[in-house]
Design a protein around this ligand. Sequence first.
Ligand SMILES: [Fe+2]
Ligand SMILES: [Fe+2]
Length: 270
Amino acid sequence: MSEQPSTRVLPHELPASLRGAGLDHWIREPLDDAVDRRRRIIMPPAAAMIGTPARDYQGALLAEAKHADTVFMMGDNPELPKMPERPCLKDFFLLRFGPIPRMHLLQSARVARENGLDEKVIMACLLHDIAIAGLLSANHGYWGAQLVAPYVDEEIAWAIEKHEALRYFPDETAGYAYPAAYIDYFGPDYRPPAYIQREAEAARRHRWYMTSRLVTINDIYSFDPATAVDFGEFEDVVGRHFRQPAEGLGFDGSPVAHMWRTMIWPNNLL
Ligand SMILES: [Fe+2]
Ligand SMILES: [Fe+2]
């Protein structure tokens, strides 16, 4: 989504060890206004590399840093929009999340509002896939719940955590069928692992079951690019249900501040 000029290093300027792997996308030329005119290498995090060919190139990327004009990416990546000093939830939506997850969250929250649901459910829908949008997809319900737990009602965080398990299990009486999209994603024969089944069974007996179930019911599986939803539609709900820290998300010293900082500077080497 960046409108800045690309800072990609041209492939022919790279050693063959990196060129062959297409890793030229991970080394950035400085933009004109960069502080020190040095190239910056992005090392993808382990969670993104394990099990992929990228892991074989860790050594080659490390070797690049030996050049005097090259360092690893730390701090602001010039390819990303700069975040304000004290970022709030809206800044992450607009400046960090990709267009598809951002619209998915906004559209789900809008459907929940159109269905006349409680503001807690609308808030949970707005946040339910926040980890997919900015952090990690695997176990996204749990990552997402932890991210927002210090700032929302306990019931909202619980609903976000449990939607991960509940979405695999239909509940006809509540009006939830197994999502057709999951047959595309995982195949018709996919069965969730035992721990997910246990989580879903426990969630079904919990007093907040319906809050999380409503997140799955209002989860929009088909992304409609024609329907644009503005974050401003939910400023009121966010104002009432999300305790924005004065120091900014990432800098309030909360147990999850590091997770927000990871979204501000996702390409830091360490
Ligand atoms: Fe989800
Ligand atoms: Fe979702």
